[in-house]
Design a protein around this ligand. Structure first.
Ligand code: SF4
Length: 361
């Protein structure tokens, strides 16, 4: 199939027949993953702190330093979480947090070293805004910072903090966060020193279809250069307990309008499937597309497997960020395996590099 250009992608996103677009994505999924395997990873999100100076308007997770709910996890608690994860068959931890004004690079280096001394676990952690914050505070270039973290035990980097890679949109939803170019720069530098990363996209807030295409195009172009993205994960904005959601409600604009969408443009199930399918078609150089059961629930994640997704992401033994927005699906590894089987696929446990470590489940 000929590679889509931006104009064609925009037309598909705006007006393609949903099932036709889904079929295109499903055909690509079948070509890339012909054995019908749907993979997942057993891991846990560990949020070492919820203190964050960025105060993004779409985020329900952050707290001020002096808030009674503010925390920094002690090493003891963090190690216990890793122990529990390994006991449950986990192979990875996803460690992320807010931008805490009192933590510096020495804290992160020490944390990584002590984790690696005690546990045989893959550390996927610190999204580009955290990496930039550490680098800026230490007065170091991004590449040097990544090398220091990598040497201390950081194995790979999650694609968080991308939201929509358009500075116009970032100015509206997360004005203090790093811009598009810096997000891409961190990923490029990580790929150049041999670290793999994922890429995410949070849509369904204030963006237009054109912004989604810009985002997909930025990811595709960087992947063309480095090949370092293992997967793409589109997920939809959850407005509960967020400044963006509260403002829309106050204006009465969170109500669904005649076009079936609110002015905040919170994504419907159809929007989700449309964006997911287009991501599979447009990102022809990214091998894996994840379904987001954390925001869509298991039922929609099953449907997503026919709209381009070939992976269920993490089992999320623990998840706090989406849960802070009031969205929490309680899901066990057995639920995930059964959902994949009932959708007509073969479940398999994988690692961060998409090597299969267990199948025939
Ligand atoms: S999304 Fe991340 S950077 Fe933004 S406020 Fe929340 S924790 Fe901070």
């Amino acid at each position: 199939m000929k590679r889509l250009n931006k104009k064609e992608a925009l037309t598909l996103l705006k007006s393609a027949d949903l099932l036709g677009l889904g079929q295109m994505a499903d055909n690509i999924r079948k070509r890339l993953h012909p054995k019908g395997i749907v993979s997942f990873i057993i891991d846990r999100n560990i949020n070492y702190t919820n203190v964050c100076i960025n105060k993004c308007r779409f985020c329900a997770f952050y707290r001020d330093k002096n808030d009674p709910e503010a925390y920094v996890l002690s090493k003891k608690k963090l190690f216990n979480k890793i122990k529990e994860t390994i006991a449950l068959g986990g192979t990875q931890i996803l460690i992320q947090g807010g931008l805490h004004p009192e933590l510096d690079i020495d804290y992160y280096v020490d944390l990584l070293k002590t984790i690696k001394e005690r546990f045989n676990v893959h550390v996927h952690g610190f999204s580009p805004p955290e990496v930039c914050y550490m680098a800026d505070k230490a007065g170091l270039p991004v590449r040097k910072t990544l090398k220091i973290l990598n040497k201390a035990g950081l194995d790979s980097i999650p694609g968080g903090g991308a939201e929509i890679l358009s500075d116009r949109i970032r100015e509206m939803i997360s004005p203090k966060k790093i811009g598009k170019d810096r997000w891409l720069k961190v990923m490029e530098e990580a790929h150049l020193i041999g670290m793999k990363t994922t890429a995410t996209m949070m849509f369904g807030s204030v963006e237009e279809p054109e912004d989604i295409i810009e985002h997909l195009d930025a990811v595709r172009r960087l992947q063309e250069k480095t090949g370092g993205f293992t997967a793409f994960i589109p997920w939809s904005f959850q407005p509960g307990n967020t400044e963006l959601g509260a403002k829309a409600r106050k204006r009465g604009s969170a109500k669904v309008g005649a076009n079936g969408r609110s002015p905040l443009q919170t994504a419907t199930a159809v929007d989700y499937l449309r964006v997911l399918a287009l991501s599979r078609v447009y990102l022809d150089n990214v091998p894996n597309i994840q379904a987001s059961w954390v925001t869509q629930g298991l039922k929609m994640a099953q449907v997503a497997l026919r709209f381009g997704a070939n992976d269920f992401g993490s089992t999320m033994i623990e998840e706090n960020v989406v849960a802070a927005a009031g969205v929490k699906y309680s899901v066990s590894v057995t639920d995930i395996i059964n959902s994949i089987k009932k959708a007509g696929f073969h479940p398999a446990q994988r690692d961060m590099y998409y090597n299969i470590i267990k199948k025939n489940m």
